[in-house]
Design a binder for this molecule. Structure first.
Ligand code: FES
Length: 325
């Protein structure tokens, strides 16, 4: 089933949860079990047209017979979600990566507050299943613009989840709208906050939490879309491949990934916005100009890795190591 960390799977079912949200159930060929995953994990899906996109797994992590992905069709996106909606159907074979997790639950938290904006519910749903399974204290807040857009609301009526779920819609009565100050209250030692959704939603949660004295290590986020990056003033720089000494020129109007790909060097990418970490590459020398939202401030300050899909160089040359991190 697997080769080079990628798996062959079959789309067992595709179900429209709402006008724009589809649920894909992926199973292994035959009756094989799939590799285990942990709550908050995602897979990379290889799509027609050489697209590769990241989708969170939203089913209970105890399940080994399937991976379930929820995909919002976004016509403004660079094509991944539209390809999933229009070109991926039940019965079709797909290649996906093994599950990876950059948004894992913190073990032994005394309480978890899960805050979902729109389709950001998907990784938090698998967290809710996991916390419910472990009988650990949690609350899940699912925020959408309207009830019609709350595609996962029926799933959240499951008795294992419902007592811990709060639905909030922007167009509903005032008393059910999310009040972040109230939800986050005062920082609780031992508790952790997880947020996933649009950038503005994440920023509001993190700002409110910080004001309420939550410490940064208690706050966990997963972005779906990065803020636009200004490329005004970009200049060219050189990349040297540590293992071969090959020099690749990165012109001002290209990303490092584009220049490396044009030189025949293969860098895996997914979001191409600096949020997923798929392209993360080790830096041997030189100083990157970090533009990602994936690395922490401390990791960026170490300057020993960068995301070549969007980050550049402060120095004339970066020496990089192409071995997988
Ligand atoms: S491809 Fe996602 S961070 Fe570079």
């Amino acid at each position: 089933m697997a080769s080079n960390d990628f798996l062959n799977v079959r789309v067992a079912s595709k179900q429209m949860l709402s006008k724009d949200t589809a649920l894909f159930e992926l199973v292994a060929e035959g009756d094989q079990q799939l590799p285990p995953f942990s709550a908050g994990a995602h897979v990379e899906v290889l799509l027609p047209g050489a697209l590769q996109r990241t989708y969170s797994l939203c089913n209970p992590p105890q399940e080994r017979h399937r991976y379930v992905l929820g995909v919002l069709r976004d016509a403004q996106s660079s094509g991944g979600s539209v390809a999933m909606h229009e070109q991926v159907h039940a019965g079709q074979r797909l290649r996906i990566s093994a599950p990876r997790n950059q948004f894992a639950l913190t073990p032994r938290a005394t309480h978890s507050i899960l805050l979902a904006g729109g389709i950001g519910i998907t990784p938090l749903l698998s967290m809710a299943w996991q916390l419910s399974h472990e009988q650990v204290s949690f609350e899940l807040h699912y925020c959408t613009r309207s009830a019609a857009l709350a595609a996962f609301a029926p799933t959240l009526t499951d008795p294992r989840l419902a007592p811990c779920v709060h639905l909030h819609t922007d167009d509903g009565p005032l008393d059910q709208r999310i009040d972040l100050s109230q939800v986050l209250g005062k920082a609780q030692p031992g508790a952790h906050v997880y947020v996933c959704g649009p950038q503005g939603f994440i920023e509001a949660v993190l700002q409110t939490a910080t004001q309420a004295s939550w410490r940064s290590e208690q706050l966990h986020k997963e972005l779906f879309k990065a803020e636009p990056i200004s490329t005004d003033g970009d200049t060219s720089f050189e990349i040297e491949i540590a293992s071969t000494g090959q020099i690749v020129q990165v012109p001002a109007n290209q990303t490092a990934v584009q220049a490396l790909t044009a030189a025949g060097l293969d860098i895996p990418v997914s979001c191409e916005q600096g949020i997923c970490g798929t392209c993360l590459t080790r830096v041997v020398s030189g100083t990157p100009l970090h533009r990602d939202q994936y690395l922490t401030d401390d990791e960026q300050a170490a300057n020993d890795q960068f995301t070549p899909c969007c980050s550049r160089a402060k120095t004339a040359r970066l020496v990089i190591d192409l071995a997988p991190i």
